[in-house]
Design a protein around this ligand. Structure first.
Ligand SMILES: *[C@@H]1O[C@H](CO)[C@@H](O)[C@H](O)[C@H]1NC(C)=O
Length: 276
């Protein structure tokens, strides 16, 4: 029993150090199921690489808690420069107005909230889009500055959507009550690359006026709530930077979501309907 508990604690400690990034992007068919080849974030490194560790993909801001977020902090990780793709992890191929998903793992931030009592919840994801990205783009000039109308800040891009980090379904397999409840309610057959887990997703529709390449900045804003010890609270932000290749003209218009699909591939209805 003691040994089992020690192992459980070790697992929890490992989980609590892991943070999320965009693992995969997919395009939706008009029935709301993912189809075609996956795309990835810039500079993606294989999890199967023997030397892989989370810090190759994770981009945390501020970099140190003393400094806070500075005006020069880049929104993208240094390895996530524009167009940094490989044949193994290519960019997503889509079209103007395509419905797409950005998928990520929850790492216990949703199903084991007791690991992070200093957080009110699992936070919010903001997804910004631009046709004219720059490797110099800073977090402070974009996050909570670019707006839905494209008139914020320098006007080079816009806020496409903001979504709860917890999409209401996703889970990783663990013994916590939230995970167990969701394993029942959102049951699926284990399938790679998710395995038995159900990844989280942010679904959105690309704008209609995009050409050639469209870049997305995925910003997970997960602040520590103000407390006696930390009256101002504390910023904690993770980002992933993504390019989408716009390879054809508009292929389809309307989403007619079909309920009851295989959850390995299904989108989230509330995030997909009424978006045309
Ligand atoms: C591209 O990404 C790879 C993998 O993350 C990284 O090793 C490399 O330094 C990156 N190159 C550039 C120019 O950013």
């Amino acid at each position: 029993m003691a040994r089992k508990q020690a192992i459980l604690l070790l697992c929890i400690a490992a989980l609590s150090m892991s943070h999320s990034w965009v693992e995969r992007l997919m395009v939706f068919h008009t029935d709301g199921a993912m189809v075609g080849a996956p795309g990835y974030a810039r500079g993606t490194v294989s999890r199967l690489d023997p030397s892989f560790n989370d810090f190759q993909m994770q981009h945390l801001l501020p970099q140190s808690s003393e400094s806070g977020i500075t005006p020069t902090d880049r929104i993208c990780k240094a390895t996530q420069t524009i167009g940094n793709y490989t044949a193994e992890f290519p960019s997503l191929q889509a079209w103007p107005g395509a419905f797409i998903a950005l998928q990520y793992q929850e790492n216990g931030h949703v199903t084991l909230p007791q690991l992070t009592p200093q957080k009110k919840d699992s936070g919010t994801v903001y997804i910004y889009g631009t046709s004219s990205p720059s490797d110099e783009d800073t977090l402070a000039s974009i996050h909570r500055v670019w707006n839905e109308h494209g008139t914020g800040g320098d006007g080079r891009g816009r806020l496409l959507v903001s979504r709860r980090f917890d999409d209401g379904q996703r889970y990783q397999i663990n013994e916590g009550p939230i995970s167990k409840e969701r394993q029942n309610r959102y049951h699926k057959v284990a399938m790679d690359p998710q395995g038995a887990d159900l990844w989280c997703q942010n679904d959105l529709r690309l704008p209609l006026d995009v050409r050639r390449r469209y870049s997305l900045y995925w910003v997970w804003d997960w602040p520590t709530a103000p407390s006696d010890a930390l009256p101002e609270g504390k910023a904690e932000i993770y980002t992933s930077c993504v390019d989408v290749d716009i390879v054809s003209d508009i292929e389809q218009g309307k989403m007619s979501f079909v309920d009851g699909q295989d959850l390995n591939l299904a989108g989230i209805k509330e995030q997909l309907v009424d978006k045309e």
